[in-house]
Design a protein around this ligand. Structure first.
Ligand code: UD1
Ligand code: UDP
Length: 361
């Protein structure tokens, strides 16, 4: 049986790996490596338990550090795993430092690299994620693109071989777990009422590491007319403390809670009046849940959500979020913008064909 090493490490990757791993393990031997980029129980362990993700074969325990130190330590440790396991391929997800470390380790050892969520671009190289994606895409052997835009982005960079439009594995996860979430929770559990609250998440470096922007974001949230439920990412909490402005969390309409599980998140997304976020995953989930989304960024990789009229980019310094949330109404809805919920099985089929062709060469 062919052996595939999968590398994950950050919250969104635990969610992405859940549906793919389920399919992959029907045909291949998967060795799961967790870099430990995220390590708090509510950023990591809770997802393994709730989503039934197999226990990692390797926990690298890298944790937090500067980009160079974190990525470097991952690279060293992943290389050791790959030398020991000698897999037929390495599978990475998205655009985190764990993705880049996995990509570099595999490509230097000439092990075929498969990238899930390939081709996304913000065209902003100040984002660490943009650098991680571009580099990973350029050393990948198979590129699984979630959208047509992603295919076009890759084409523009000269990448056309083994590029497959499979849809978004996050849609697979959302479809699979939404029903489970509905059976498990009630709005009462969270002290909110149907369509009477805004769900918010903030964590992106471009927002948290710029004090003016960070302040403007929390001032904007405080001015919203609804209750704002905010599961707080540890990065944001730490940055507010470092800047000595954690009192912004005490605004009367803000309900700040620790990070929540995926099922809780999906449940709250499905019942929110609106979503305010800078998360890549949450922008799409707002669309899946048919809830208007306000993205506190200057650009997005998920341009379709904006084009179709369900996502509005908002500059928290120059624009009035409360006014925009109050006035803005989404328009048409395209059910299959992110595929049919079968991206994971398509990915496994393409991997199968790749190995078949390789055998024939
Ligand atoms: C990372 C990804 C980002 C992704 C996000 C998902 C990179 C460069 N960034 O950003 O693309 O959107 O994950 O959530 O890979 N921390 C804790 N406990 C944890 C994890 C983090 O306290 O379990 C704190 C630490 O202070 C750490 C900071 O959060 O320094 C940032 O963590 P890090 O993994 O470096 O980046 P994220 O901002 O989480
Ligand atoms: N998420 C979660 N609990 C939270 C916040 C987010 O389960 O408290 C989920 C969210 O539903 C989505 C994923 O985490 O599936 C997105 O991860 P994140 O926002 O950390 O990263 P990004 O997608 O921006 O890389």
């Amino acid at each position: 049986m062919r052996k595939i090493v999968t590398i994950v490490g950050a919250r969104p990757q635990f969610i992405k790996v859940a549906p793919v791993s389920r399919e992959l393990r029907k045909v291949y031997r998967e060795i799961l490596v967790n870099t430990g980029q995220h390590y708090d129980y509510k950023m990591s362990g809770i997802f393994f338990e709730e989503l039934n993700i197999p226990k990692p074969d390797y926990d690298l325990g890298v944790g937090s550090a500067s980009h160079g130190k974190q990525t470097g330590e991952m690279l060293t440790k992943i290389e050791e795993v790959l030398l020991q396991e000698k897999p037929d391929a390495v599978l990475v997800y998205g655009d985190t430092n764990s993705t880049l470390a996995g990509a570099l380790a595999a490509s230097k050892l000439h092990i075929p690299l498969f990238h899930v969520e390939a081709g996304l671009r913000s065209f902003n190289k100040r984002m660490p994620e943009e650098i991680n994606r571009i580099l990973t895409d350029h050393v990948s052997e198979i590129l699984f693109a979630p959208t047509e835009t992603a295919i076009q982005n890759l084409k523009n960079e000269g990448i056309t071989k083994n590029v497959f439009h499979v849809g978004d594995v996050m849609y697979d996860a959302f479809v699979y777990y939404s029903q489970m979430a509905a059976e498990q929770y009630e709005l009462n559990d969270f002290g909110v009422e149907e369509k009477q609250y805004i769900l918010a998440t903030i964590h992106r470096a471009e927002n948290t590491d710029d004090l003016n922007r960070l302040k403007a974001i929390f001032e904007s949230l405080a001015k919203l007319n609804e209750t704002v439920l905010l599961p707080l990412h540890p990065r944001t909490e730490n940055k507010l403390k470092e800047a000595g402005i954690e009192s912004v969390l005490q605004a009367t309409n803000l309900k700040v809670i620790p990070p929540i599980s995926y099922l809780e998140m999906v449940f709250l997304e499905n019942h929110a009046k609106a979503i305010v976020t800078d998360s890549g995953g949450v922008q799409k989930e707002a669309y899946f849940a048919k809830v208007p989304c306000f993205t506190l960024r200057d650009q997005t990789e998920w341009v379709e959500t904006v084009e179709v009229g369900w996502n509005r980019l908002v500059n928290p310094i120059e624009e009035n979020l409360a006014q925009i949330v109050g006035a803005w109404q989404p328009t048409t809805y395209n059910e299959h913008l992110y595929g049919n919920g079968d991206a994971s099985s398509q990915i496994v089929n393409h991997i199968h064909l790749f190995f078949d062709e390789e055998r024939g060469r």
